[in-house]
Design a protein around this ligand. Sequence first.
Ligand code: NDP
Length: 330
Amino acid sequence: MIFKANENRYEVMKYRRCGRSGIRLPEISLGLWHNFGGVDNYETGRETVLNAFDMGVCHFDLANNYGPPPGSAEITFGRIFKENLLPYRDEIIVSTKAGYLMWPGPYGEWGSRKYLIASLDASLKRMGLDYVDIFYSHRFDPDTPVEETMSALADIVRQGKALYAGISNYNADQSKQAVSVLRALGAPCLIHQANYSMLNRWTEDGLLDLLEKEGAGCICFSPLAQGLLTGRYLDGTVPQGSRASKNNFLKASSITPQLVKKLNTLNDIAKQRGMSLSALAILWILRDKRNTSVLIGASSSTQLKENLTAIAQPALSDEELKMIEGILRT
Ligand code: NDP
């Protein structure tokens, strides 16, 4: 069946300017790190992506190594795109990254010009795209001059293989260097992709100030702490099929009684507002205008829809924020 997007798709979602760039991003974006690999169910992935697009989520985030197996999430996305979203290409921001291990040998990871350029070419092939909107250096490489990594990004932008350059997982000092080199090369840093949630607040310690000053946006990954900040683990057990049950990126051992208590106290606040814990966790991130977009994951459309209810919620009051702060500090 030919996909026809919901005509009202831009009416519910809100959009935020990404730093001082010309781009606005949806307050919630969808990432394809998990649930879209060759091992996952294609139809579930397709439904999740198309439902997201129907609800105004026009930014999809990938990386060369997403799967498993590595590369397969880009293949899945390419298929969904080709079969359904081709007429909407100009309405969509697709991002991908390179930095982590992708192929054997000395040129298969980190930040050399050789690796980044070869990796993006392979990503474009897998997705069947002529260009991505954002190409990221996925992590800072301590052994490669930042000028080399950034000039590869700038050249990629100049060649039109990516429209914008981004960095991910760079600390504040590393970001300062990267942003300054990119600016000098005429390809300003659009955005930083950083781990940020109620349970991981490192960007508050310098990075957000820097990005604001430099006019770059910030997109927050793992905003639900990989599922901890949802209803998934509130009873302290690990449901079958959940990310923690796979015990790989989210360890079952991280679900301690102390954490479960904290999650339940946060959930009480969410309940008082008639919302889910996941929506509360998203709304909390959106309290800071410097966070351009909240980059969620979802293993089903049901989860996606629950998370998107955050958009229609009134902002958290000072009193609520104070209460949450108290809980997070316990
Ligand atoms: P989240 O913190 O949003 O976790 C998503 C997972 O939480 C889902 O796959 C699901 O796991 C669970 N979940 C989500 N919503 C609900 C719900 N309503 N109820 C119950 N469970 C729910 O984000 P991710 O860790 O997946 O990261 C999001 C994106 O960020 C990635 O796809 C990627 O694009 C990007 N990212 C970037 C990184 C980087 O280095 N730049 C690193 C990591 C992520 P399940 O159902 O399987 O239990």
